[in-house]
Design a protein around this ligand. Structure first.
Ligand code: ZN
Length: 686
């Protein structure tokens, strides 16, 4: 893929800016800002020079600065924007003469203005270059049966927060977000000891409101950073992390992103509010939940609208954004593909779905919330005068930006999750111009549904990644995309004709997807574990399974489409299965269909010649055994496992590989984690 190319281009553009600012006294300054956003100015000043006087214009506020004495030649000044300005001049009384730093500050309306950056239309909002042409006209996802059977109040905790507190759950997107404080160095005090016994994300991130902006080391339980970031202290204590100027920089020059990992956790936290409140409203009818969901959706709409134009402050998924001196600048953009708004793009499709469903859940009750418009006025959103304005605001500034983001690759994830996210939000909006979303879904390189099942699975129906979780995404996700397309078609048959958007479930390739997940079960209990999945092998008699790398709902979907007894057999013999609320068949019907399928259908040896799996099987009952070999090559989350062998017997895995990576560098390419029937590296065999 061209991920690496993007990264290289990104590094080049960063270094270009650095060069441009290398000469004079200004080491870093931003170019264009939004209102209410943090920013940094960095000056080159001799370390022994006294504090510099600053003349600050009324549109910005000075929050903090590098304390003296300092032995560093770079001094950092931290600001926040207060109001829009065509040009706001900050004048520094630098020892070599006055230095003026000019910035432009865009209001909410300025950000929404149509403009181009390097030939790219901004804001990235569907339909590009236009205002939103229509509004949602009714509930289109949630059925009355689902409403009747809704239970539970997952949003209860949010009722305890004030509207202002919910509003504040969304961090300023100018603060870069990242998955790790420092992936290799760990903690500045305890180093990589933090990974002992906690391989992946060891830091703990309390999210109670109001945010403390502290992250806890799992070894010493000490909190970082030392400064009170929540109260605009960027520099205090021994481990200060300014979040926007390189993070905490240790004396040896190592960067630690305490604020970056914390900001990412907070951004996720915000995305939990609206779905939980909407679900609670559905179950209780309590209008207070609608109100809280609208507060959260509105806050997200402000941020999505900002990120539709200021694409350089999206989650760009590289640590360079955290460690650089000063935030990314507008003139470095635009950044579209694999830029996940507030969080990593792979998490976006799930949030797109949950927020589409949330909006659909509360939609009929939005007009009953008479406190939301006055509240939004306190946040400066005075253009929202009616509930229709409010719905337009949420649909245009949040959902239309999300839809364009999906079509730009900003919701890039394990496939077909991006397609699932888009089709769910398309169902929620149900616009007359929805054909534009469907055209992307069927024909664009990112959507590619027209040829997806043929091109994106091996010829035996196998997805192309590791077995277990990653492959299951391709199986559990495709059914909902198929169903979503048909549900859309039912809403507007004239907009989505079969001629233009054909059903693709009739192909043998589609059926093979569901065959593969059943055919690769060995000894009724385990499956061929390959690539990034599971743990090191351990003897234990596993419970019975009838499929792997899929879900009960996937097999229900397969039965609905094909009505084949094999899929009924999988459901009827799966321990604990009972029909889901979406499944139109009873257990008795499924058991009757399953009786037509022989119980020993999968006892014979089996070759899956797309993924490349040879399974030699024999034995009966608890003496079933399978010796198998991987002779193919998966493309995603794969290990160096060509000619890896596995043995399953006595109800357990006996011989297996070592599973999911324990580190992020040397694991996947290392043949020593496998049982190889070869002595040389895979690469030299091809
Ligand atoms: Zn520590």
């Amino acid at each position: 893929m061209n991920w690496r190319v993007t990264f290289v281009v990104l590094l080049l553009s960063v270094s270009t800016v650095a060069l441009a600012q290398e000469e004079g006294p200004v080491a870093y300054q931003p170019d264009i800002l939004g209102v209410g956003r943090l920013f940094l100015v960095a000056l080159r000043v001799p370390a022994d020079a006294p504090q510099i006087d600053i003349s600050v214009p009324p549109q910005v506020e000075l929050l903090d600065r590098t304390p003296l004495p300092t032995d560093r030649e770079i001094r950092k000044y931290y600001f926040r924007t207060l109001e829009a300005a065509k040009q706001a001049d900050i004048v520094f009384a630098h020892p070599e003469g006055p230095v003026t730093v000019s910035v432009e500050i865009w209001s909410y309306d300025d950000l929404r203005e149509l403009r181009e950056l390097k030939g790219v239309q901004l804001p990235r909002r569907w339909p590009l270059g236009e205002r939103l042409p229509e509004l949602k006209q009714g509930r289109t996802i949630i059925t009355s049966e689902q409403e009747q059977s809704a239970r539970g109040e997952p949003g209860k905790q949010w009722l305890d927060l004030t509207d202002d507190e919910i509003w504040a759950l969304q961090p300023d997107s100018t603060i870069p977000r990242w998955h790790w404080v420092n992936i290799t160095q760990g903690c500045p005090v305890h180093g990589d000891e933090i990974y002992r016994g906690r391989a992946f994300y060891p830091w703990s991130k309390p999210t109670s409101a109001p945010y403390a902006w502290k992250i806890r080391c799992p070894v010493g339980e000490e909190l970082y950073p030392s400064n009170d970031f929540a109260n605009y202290d960027f520099t205090g204590g021994d481990f200060p992390d300014d979040g926007i100027g390189g993070g905490y920089i240790a004396p040896d020059g190592t960067h630690y992103g305490f604020i970056a990992e914390t900001a990412q956790a907070y951004a996720h936290h915000m995305l939990a509010v609206a779905p939980a409140c909407a679900r609670s409203y559905l179950a209780t009818g309590n209008i207070e939940y609608v109100h809280k969901a609208l507060v959260a959706l509105s806050r997200l709409a402000v941020e999505w609208s900002y990120l539709a134009t200021m694409t350089h402050h999206r989650h760009r998924n590289n640590v360079a954004q955290v460690e650089r001196l000063g935030q990314s600048r507008f003139d470095e953009g635009p950044f579209l593909a694999r830029t996940g708004f507030t969080v990593y793009s792979i998490d976006q499709p799930g949030y797109q779905r949950s927020h589409a469903e949330a909006y659909d859940m509360i939609w009929p009750a939005i007009d009953q919330d008479d406190r939301i418009i006055p509240f939004l006025h306190t946040r400066g959103l005075t253009h929202i005068q009616s509930h229709e304005d409010l719905r337009r605001f949420i649909e245009e500034d949040l959902m239309a930006v999300w839809m364009q983001g999906a079509m730009d690759g900003a919701t890039s994830s394990n496939e077909p999750r991006p397609q699932w996210g888009l089709v769910t939000m398309a169902r929620c909006l149900n616009y007359e111009r929805g054909g534009e979303f469907m055209d992307w879904l069927y024909h664009a390189p990112g959507g590619k549904m027209r040829y997806f099942t043929v091109n994106n699975y091996f010829r035996d129906g196998a997805p192309y990644e590791s077995t277990g979780h990653y492959n299951s995404v391709h199986v559990t996700g495709i059914g909902p995309v198929v169903e979503g397309i048909e549900l859309l078609r039912a809403l507007r048959p004239e907009t989505y004709p079969h001629d233009t958007y054909p059903s693709f479930t009739g192909s043998r390739a589609y059926r093979s997807i569901y065959d593969f997940v059943m055919n690769t079960v060995n000894i009724d209990r385990v499956y061929c574990r390959l690539g990034d999945t599971g743990d090191h092998p351990e003897f234990r008699v596993d419970p019975r399974i009838t499929w792997n790398s899929a879900s009960a709902r996937s097999l229900e979907h397969a039965y609905e489409i094909f009505e084949h007894p094999k899929f009924a057999w999988a459901l009827a013999n799966a321990p604990g299965w009972s029909p889901s609320s979406e499944f139109p068949y009873s257990r008795e019907q499924i058991e009757a269909a399953a009786a037509e399928w022989p119980d020993d259908w999968n006892d014979a040896s089996c070759l899956q010649d797309g993924y490349g799996l040879a399974m030699v099987r024999s034995g009966q009952g608890s003496n079933k055994r399978a010796l198998w070999m991987m002779y193919g090559r998966a493309r995603g989350h794969a290990h160096d496992d060509m000619l890896h062998m596995g043995l399953d017997a006595h109800g357990s895995e006996i011989l297996a590989q070592l599973g999911y990576p324990r580190n992020w560098s040397a694991w996947e390419g290392n043949w020593m984690t496998q049982n190889q029937a070869r002595q040389i590296r895979f690469i030299s065999m091809t």
